[in-house]
Design a protein around this ligand. Structure first.
Ligand SMILES: NC(=O)c1ccc[n+]([C@@H]2O[C@H](COP(=O)([O-])OP(=O)(O)OC[C@H]3O[C@@H](n4cnc5c(N)ncnc54)[C@H](OP(=O)(O)O)[C@@H]3O)[C@@H](O)[C@H]2O)c1
Length: 269
């Protein structure tokens, strides 16, 4: 039987890198795409390639998909993982910052899905896995742009699964809780506004304190594997996020809001 093939976006670090490693160990062919692959650091092998794919450059998406199919003959699973968080008060967000956030977290993912779909349709099988976040179902202070992009990918994914069922293509959403990767520091951009500088400072300090206590990305890679090999129509997988989602759905909004404010913005807020 031929080996399964997975194409992952944003495989240079964090969840994408751990996922590439995990699927390799499970015997898959892996296209570990990244926006600046350095082939002196990354050694390609019979079952591993590093196509260049930058979500803000549509021509690299087409080329990466083409390279993967030329090499492995098929694509069984697409993982739309690459992303970052634009933080900061909405009043300080410039149009170009917002556009870049959506280009990366949403429009680029859509372009990748569109590039892969003809292949999955021809095969009459495949799985599209979109990495959203618990932040696609609830929201924290000073992350409105990020949440908007992740809520969008949630809605898109839930609708898409109906369209693709006729082609035997599954759609899955991964909703991680907080994970220790480059995300909180290197993977975050900030919009600024002087009226909110104190809040930004509080959120930044909270994130710094939080980061070291978070689990690493391997558990998310396992969830992605579970989603990729699960033949049931289950849509959502929430590694390290279930308790947040449960609390959010059970607590009255007044209590949830107070908890989040105290935790992230300080006792007096
Ligand atoms: N870590 C968390 O707490 C957490 C929680 C929930 C959801 N998530 C989601 O998980 C996904 C992966 O994040 P992570 O935690 O693994 O963070 P990460 O270590 O910062 O990885 C993000 C990846 O996305 C890539 N990327 C960023 N912009 C890109 C672009 N324009 N084109 C192609 N690739 C691009 C980065 O590439 P470079 O190396 O070139 O920058 C990197 O490979 C993201 O979608 C994030 O929203 C993370």
């Amino acid at each position: 039987m031929s080996r399964n093939t997975i194409l992952i976006t944003g495989a240079s670090s964090g969840i994408g890198q751990a996922t590439a490693q995990y699927f390799l160990e499970k015997g898959w062919n892996v296209a570990a795409t990244m926006r600046s692959p350095d082939l002196t650091d990354h050694c390609e092998t019979a079952d591993l390639i590093y196509p260049r794919l930058d979500l803000t450059q549509p021509e690299t998406i087409e080329a990466a998909v083409h390279q993967t199919v030329s090499r492995f003959g098929r694509i069984d699973v697409l993982v739309n993982n690459a992303g970052y968080a634009l933080m900061g008060p909405l009043e300080g967000v410039s149009p170009s910052q917002l556009e870049h956030q959506f280009q990366t977290n949403l429009f680029g993912a859509v372009a990748t899905i569109q590039a892969v779909l003809p292949i999955l349709r021809r095969q009459r099988s495949g799985t599209i896995i979109n990495v959203a976040s618990i932040g696609g179902r609830l929201a924290f202070p000073l992350a409105s742009s990020y949440h908007a992009s992740k809520w969008a990918i949630e809605g898109l994914s839930e609708a898409l699964r109906y369209e693709l069922r006729r082609f035997n293509i599954q759609v899955k959403i991964i909703e991680p809780g907080g994970i220790r990767t480059n995300f909180i520091h290197r993977g975050t951009a900030w919009a600024k506004h002087p009226e909110y500088a104190d809040l930004a400072e509080q959120v930044q300090q909270f994130s710094d304190r939080l980061n070291d206590s978070l689990p690493g990305p391997q558990g998310v890679a396992r969830s992605i594997y579970q989603a990729a090999t699960d033949r049931t129509p289950r849509l959502r997988y929430s590694p390290y996020g279930k308790s947040f989602l449960l609390l959010h759905s059970l607590l009255p909004d007044r209590i949830w809001r107070t908890l989040v404010s105290r935790l992230m913005l300080g006792a007096g807020y």
